[in-house]
Design a binder for this molecule. Structure first.
Ligand SMILES: [Fe+2]
Length: 252
């Protein structure tokens, strides 16, 4: 779960030496180290998923809750996009937004395929109220996209996107191996095993450009990345799906 706090602090000293050019490699290592402090794959909920220990009710609770976050991701991108000046970054954000919404199937619709595959109607999922932890998670990303600096937003997007491919891979594997899921049910996760590799690379490259231009933005960006990783962890930790999981583990 939480890793050695010293890693990020030590590398921080290296890229902040005044008068020397920014060491981008060291900054990116620090970024990954800060995100890894809240590595979602090590969360007990995802571990139970990978081992096939979640009940169908727990999977359904997760599908209903996290639909709202998946559906909100394009709104974070559009809020960020609307604040950017003309240039490569604005176009990169729009490209990502288009991929979420209109190129191929909308990702929120693909999430509903997953929900349908485990026995939930799209209407039921759409009409389910988001749980408080997921509402908070959405509010955090929404506020960040509207108010934070470009470096902080890119760092928060990276903290999310860089974890998605590994998590999606485990989710797809778990569904196929333990729950007899078909390709339709797993489509969202299979897509995200590779789609977000590219997206998170873009966030990382763009963030690198921003902090090389102005190294004072590096430390707030690292803080933002860790904060976002923590929001994601907390949301899962407090979610209904995880509380059901913890309850059933205790009860067993
Ligand atoms: Fe997506």
């Amino acid at each position: 779960m939480r890793v050695d706090e010293g890693v990020g602090s030590r590398v921080k000293l290296l890229y902040f030496r005044i008068g020397e050019p920014m060491n981008l490699r060291v900054f990116q290592d620090a970024l990954d180290a800060r995100v890894a402090r809240h590595d979602l794959l090590s969360h007990p909920f995802y571990q139970a998923w990978a081992e096939g220990k979640l009940s169908i009710g727990q999977l359904r609770a997760y599908a209903s809750e996290y639909f709202h976050h998946v559906a909100a991701v394009p709104t974070f991108l559009s809020a960020f996009h609307s604040r950017l000046g003309d240039g490569a970054l604005r176009r990169a954000v729009l490209r990502n937004l288009a991929e979420e919404e209109v190129e191929g199937r909308a990702h929120s619709d693909m999430w509903l395929d997953f929900a349908e595959g485990i026995g939930l109607s799209p209407e039921r999922v759409r009409n389910s109220p988001p749980s408080a932890p997921v509402r908070d998670l959405i509010a955090h990303f929404d506020r960040s996209a509207r108010e934070d600096s470009t470096a902080q937003i890119l760092a928060a997007f990276y903290a999310y996107g860089s974890q998605v491919p590994r998590i999606s891979g485990e989710e797809a594997r778990g569904l196929l191996r333990h729950y007899g899921a078909d390709a339709f049910t797993c489509g969202y996760f299979v897509l995200h095993t590779y789609a977000d590799i590219r997206h998170s690379q873009i966030w990382q490259e763009q963030l690198g450009r921003v902090v090389v231009r102005d190294r004072k933005l590096a430390e707030p960006a690292l803080d933002a990345a860790e904060r976002a990783a923590d929001w994601l962890w907390q949301a899962l930790d407090c979610s209904t799906a995880n509380r059901l999981c913890a309850f059933s583990t205790t009860a067993a």
